[in-house]
Design a protein around this ligand. Structure first.
Ligand SMILES: [Zn+2]
Length: 132
Protein backbone atom coordinates (compact mmCIF):
# COMPACT_ATOMS: atom_id res chain seq x y z
CA UNK A 1 0.00 0.00 0.00
CA UNK A 2 1.14 3.50 -0.79
CA UNK A 3 1.99 5.64 2.20
CA UNK A 4 4.14 8.35 0.68
CA UNK A 5 3.69 10.78 -2.20
CA UNK A 6 6.67 12.57 -3.72
CA UNK A 7 5.67 15.64 -5.69
CA UNK A 8 7.75 18.54 -6.94
CA UNK A 9 7.42 22.15 -5.92
CA UNK A 10 6.61 22.88 -9.54
CA UNK A 11 3.60 20.54 -9.57
CA UNK A 12 2.37 21.84 -6.22
CA UNK A 13 2.53 25.38 -7.61
CA UNK A 14 0.64 24.25 -10.73
CA UNK A 15 -2.19 22.70 -8.67
CA UNK A 16 -2.34 25.81 -6.51
CA UNK A 17 -2.68 28.02 -9.58
CA UNK A 18 -5.45 25.73 -10.90
CA UNK A 19 -7.27 26.19 -7.60
CA UNK A 20 -7.05 29.96 -7.94
CA UNK A 21 -7.91 30.05 -11.65
CA UNK A 22 -11.09 27.95 -11.29
CA UNK A 23 -12.55 29.63 -8.22
CA UNK A 24 -15.32 29.27 -7.09
CA UNK A 25 -15.50 25.91 -8.86
CA UNK A 26 -13.47 22.83 -8.15
CA UNK A 27 -10.56 22.02 -10.47
CA UNK A 28 -9.25 18.52 -11.07
CA UNK A 29 -6.55 16.57 -12.84
CA UNK A 30 -4.32 13.56 -12.81
CA UNK A 31 -0.93 12.79 -11.25
CA UNK A 32 1.31 10.88 -13.64
CA UNK A 33 4.36 8.99 -12.49
CA UNK A 34 5.50 5.68 -11.06
CA UNK A 35 5.04 3.65 -7.91
CA UNK A 36 8.05 2.03 -6.26
CA UNK A 37 7.40 0.09 -3.11
CA UNK A 38 5.13 2.15 -0.92
CA UNK A 39 6.04 5.48 -2.54
CA UNK A 40 4.31 7.16 -5.47
CA UNK A 41 6.56 9.48 -7.46
CA UNK A 42 4.67 12.18 -9.33
CA UNK A 43 6.48 13.31 -12.46
CA UNK A 44 3.72 15.48 -13.86
CA UNK A 45 0.45 16.98 -12.64
CA UNK A 46 -1.86 17.36 -15.61
CA UNK A 47 -5.08 19.43 -15.42
CA UNK A 48 -8.23 17.74 -16.76
CA UNK A 49 -11.51 19.53 -17.41
CA UNK A 50 -14.12 19.23 -14.65
CA UNK A 51 -17.27 18.30 -16.58
CA UNK A 52 -19.45 18.89 -13.53
CA UNK A 53 -18.05 22.33 -12.81
CA UNK A 54 -19.66 22.76 -9.45
CA UNK A 55 -18.47 24.18 -6.15
CA UNK A 56 -18.89 20.89 -4.32
CA UNK A 57 -17.90 18.08 -6.64
CA UNK A 58 -15.95 17.22 -9.74
CA UNK A 59 -15.86 14.71 -12.54
CA UNK A 60 -12.84 14.27 -14.78
CA UNK A 61 -13.64 14.68 -18.45
CA UNK A 62 -13.59 11.04 -19.66
CA UNK A 63 -11.94 11.79 -23.01
CA UNK A 64 -9.16 13.86 -21.46
CA UNK A 65 -8.72 11.26 -18.76
CA UNK A 66 -8.35 8.50 -21.32
CA UNK A 67 -5.85 10.58 -23.32
CA UNK A 68 -3.81 11.16 -20.16
CA UNK A 69 -3.95 7.47 -19.27
CA UNK A 70 -2.95 6.46 -22.78
CA UNK A 71 -0.09 8.98 -22.92
CA UNK A 72 1.25 7.81 -19.56
CA UNK A 73 1.05 4.18 -20.63
CA UNK A 74 3.06 4.87 -23.78
CA UNK A 75 5.84 6.41 -21.68
CA UNK A 76 5.88 3.45 -19.30
CA UNK A 77 4.19 5.47 -16.58
CA UNK A 78 0.84 5.37 -14.88
CA UNK A 79 -1.76 7.57 -13.32
CA UNK A 80 -0.75 7.27 -9.68
CA UNK A 81 -3.46 9.55 -8.42
CA UNK A 82 -5.92 12.29 -9.07
CA UNK A 83 -6.11 15.75 -7.59
CA UNK A 84 -8.98 18.14 -7.08
CA UNK A 85 -9.45 21.42 -5.31
CA UNK A 86 -11.64 22.68 -2.50
CA UNK A 87 -11.52 26.43 -3.12
CA UNK A 88 -13.44 27.41 0.01
CA UNK A 89 -13.24 24.39 2.32
CA UNK A 90 -10.39 22.46 3.92
CA UNK A 91 -8.36 19.69 2.27
CA UNK A 92 -10.49 16.95 3.81
CA UNK A 93 -12.52 14.49 1.70
CA UNK A 94 -16.18 15.49 1.53
CA UNK A 95 -18.94 12.92 1.90
CA UNK A 96 -19.18 12.79 -1.91
CA UNK A 97 -15.39 12.32 -2.13
CA UNK A 98 -15.51 9.45 0.37
CA UNK A 99 -18.22 7.63 -1.52
CA UNK A 100 -16.24 7.99 -4.76
CA UNK A 101 -12.92 7.01 -3.18
CA UNK A 102 -14.29 3.62 -2.18
CA UNK A 103 -14.13 2.59 -5.83
CA UNK A 104 -10.62 3.94 -6.38
CA UNK A 105 -7.22 2.48 -5.73
CA UNK A 106 -5.16 5.56 -6.54
CA UNK A 107 -4.06 8.48 -4.41
CA UNK A 108 -6.37 11.41 -3.90
CA UNK A 109 -4.64 14.73 -3.50
CA UNK A 110 -6.88 17.53 -2.30
CA UNK A 111 -5.84 21.17 -2.51
CA UNK A 112 -7.98 23.01 -0.01
CA UNK A 113 -8.24 26.54 1.29
CA UNK A 114 -5.91 25.41 4.10
CA UNK A 115 -3.24 23.62 2.08
CA UNK A 116 -2.77 20.27 0.38
CA UNK A 117 -3.19 16.76 1.73
CA UNK A 118 -3.14 13.32 0.16
CA UNK A 119 -5.21 10.24 0.95
CA UNK A 120 -5.81 6.67 -0.09
CA UNK A 121 -8.76 4.42 0.59
CA UNK A 122 -7.90 1.41 2.70
CA UNK A 123 -10.94 0.28 4.68
CA UNK A 124 -11.57 3.97 5.12
CA UNK A 125 -9.77 7.18 4.30
CA UNK A 126 -6.10 7.06 5.26
CA UNK A 127 -3.70 10.02 5.00
CA UNK A 128 -0.55 9.71 2.88
CA UNK A 129 2.67 11.60 3.65
CA UNK A 130 3.54 14.27 1.11
CA UNK A 131 7.19 14.99 0.38
CA UNK A 132 8.90 17.27 -2.10
ZN1 LIG B 1 -13.64 17.04 -2.77
Amino acid sequence: MINELKISRHDIALIQSELEANKPYEACGVLIGTVKGSTAYVEKALPVANVKRTRRSFELDPKEFYAAWDGAEKEGKEIVGIYHTHPVTSAVPSLWDRETMENETSIWLIAGADGMRAYVWEDGVRPVNMKQ
